[in-house]
Ligand binder design. Structure first.
Ligand SMILES: [Zn+2]
Length: 76
């Protein structure tokens, strides 16, 4: 799960706007969330806590955008 995945999904028109049903054309403010995992033996590992991104439709006449952790839900 990475920003490259989102870029590719947008480039391949795989993310679909729920409002106008056209491919999402842009995104903003991608962050990768990480969480410290404490294993109880003195080491902490860095785990992946998911990612969050603002999806922007960007098609004419549509102002849809959504800040989401579940961008995969928009894969058409
Ligand atoms: Zn749209």
């Amino acid at each position: 799960m990475s920003v490259e995945e989102i870029k590719t999904a947008i480039k391949d028109k795989k993310l679909v706007c729920p409002q106008c049903s056209k491919p999402v054309t842009d995104f903003d403010k991608y962050i990768q969330m990480t969480v410290d995992v404490w294993d109880g033996f003195g080491d902490s590992r860095l785990g992946t806590g998911g990612d969050k991104v603002t999806l922007i439709c960007g098609n004419e006449g549509c102002s849809w955008k959504e800040r989401t952790e579940y961008w995969r839900n928009f894969l058409g």
